[in-house]
Design a binder for this molecule. Structure first.
Ligand code: PLP
Length: 399
């Protein structure tokens, strides 16, 4: 490749169609049509229909968990979890996550107590959690199993046990992952998956709340709605968290395709890994604690000094090529409303989160990417580093 091939330097974009970072699984049309025909024939759209029930059974079996409770999306699942756990006061949680993690607490009338993350893994840092547990208003730890990796569960659960509070997980990124031979979903007091279109298992929109605790499950089912509530138990309030039959149909098809999806992701990831090996100033994250990963995201850290471009400049270079690399998560949740007004000084206690929000970039993976595209993207990133001075001059001229 020559410098002229970089679109930012005047070449044509290397990809004619935009490449997003998310998974975007679409079933074969004929399979989708058959599934939808079934829904029409049964004349049954929602209210814990046969496909939703089937999906719950399949998920329970697959994850080795007593209860898999399907819901509209992970955000509502997290909110239901906070209510079912009957929490109060403050919940320790990372600011380095998608805003829904903390928003679920706010909607449940709780206050997030933001905790910093580990610089290597980006997961919640148990040592920092330990310091926050002195706060007697803390009623739980809500950790996030991020990027297809998992948290240091041993350390976190021992802290939670000592303090007598539940440890529950936002596992939106971790469907299909394992920790020491156990499926994510069966580990925390409660775990919540997202089946959003951009996730490895897709229901277009959807999610699932998992637990091994029968009492919690009964509360969760009652909070979800009166349909599929099972045993009636008293809860302080209810929601509409139902999954529709159309969502369940797509999730069931996505589950059938799941082994192929993961295999392909693995090939794409391997191309990135080989192609980006040794590029100064660029660190590709690798799962460190998960014994099995799902390759949900390809996450890089850009060190501006060594790479020659900062993260935002590299993103601009890639976007000019139709590579829709994303700054995810940016900004940190603590800098989003309402938290920025609630905790104006909290960033001082989140140095790792602050640094990561300035250097993390996600590269495309999923159904619209193939191994050859990953190889090309890695070559373009290498080229961008070689041409960093010219690119900076162009970008500074545009500013
Ligand atoms: C870490 C995390 N938690 C929660 C969510 C919310 O998931 P949903 O869109 O299913 O509500 C997301 C979505 O991207 C996420 O990344």
């Amino acid at each position: 490749m020559s410098t002229a091939q970089l679109a930012i330097l005047g070449g044509a974009a290397n990809f004619s169609d935009p490449l997003p970072v998310g998974q975007l699984y679409f079933p074969e049309w004929s399979a989708y049509e058959t599934a939808m025909r079934g829904i029409f024939e049964r004349q049954y759209y929602t209210n814990q229909g046969p496909l939703t029930q089937q999906l719950e059974l399949v998920l329970q079996e697959r994850l080795g968990v007593r209860h898999a409770i399907c819901v509209t999306n992970a955000t509502i699942g997290l909110l239901m979890a906070a209510d079912a756990l009957e929490l109060s006061g403050r919940v320790i949680t990372p600011s380095f996550s998608f805003v829904a993690t903390s928003q679920s607490l706010t909607w449940a009338g709780l206050e997030p107590l933001f905790c910093d993350v580990d610089p290597l893994t980006h997961q919640l840092d148990p040592q920092k959690v330990a310091l926050l547990l002195d706060d007697d208003r803390v009623s739980a730890i809500l950790a996030v199993n991020l990027w297809g990796d998992v948290c240091d569960h041993r350390a976190l659960s021992s802290l939670a046990k000592q303090r007598g509070v539940p440890l529950y997980y936002d596992s939106a990124h971790a469907f299909g992952c394992e920790l020491e031979g156990r499926a994510v979903g069966s580990i925390g007091t409660v775990e919540v998956f997202s089946f959003h279109a951009t996730k490895v298992l897709s229901a277009a929109e959807g999610g699932c709340v998992c637990t091994n605790d029968d009492e919690l499950a009964a509360r969760l089912r009652n909070i979800r709605s009166s349909y599929g509530a099972g045993r009636l138990v008293s809860v302080s309030r209810t929601a509409n968290g139902r999954m529709s039959e159309a969502q369940a149909a797509i999730a069931l098809l996505s589950l059938e395709a799941f082994p192929g999806i993961i295999e392909r992701n693995q090939e794409i990831y391997a191309e990135y890994k080989e192609g980006l090996e040794g590029v100064p100033g660029l660190r590709l994250l690798e799962p460190r604690l998960a014994s099995v990963t799902n390759y949900q995201y390809v996450v890089c850290e850009v060190d501006a000094e060594q790479f020659g471009l900062n993260r935002d400049q590299l993103q601009t270079v890639l976007r000019a090529e139709n590579i829709l690399a994303r700054r995810y998560f940016y900004p940190g949740i603590h800098r989003c409303p309402p938290y920025i007004e609630m905790f104006p000084a909290v960033s001082e206690h989140l140095p790792v989160t602050e640094a990561l929000c300035g250097k993390v970039l996600q590269l495309p993976i999923g159904q619209l990417v193939d191994p050859q595209a990953a190889r090309n993207i890695a070559s373009l990133i290498r080229l961008a580093r070689e041409c960093a001075a010219k690119i900076r001059a162009v970008l500074e001229g545009q500013a």
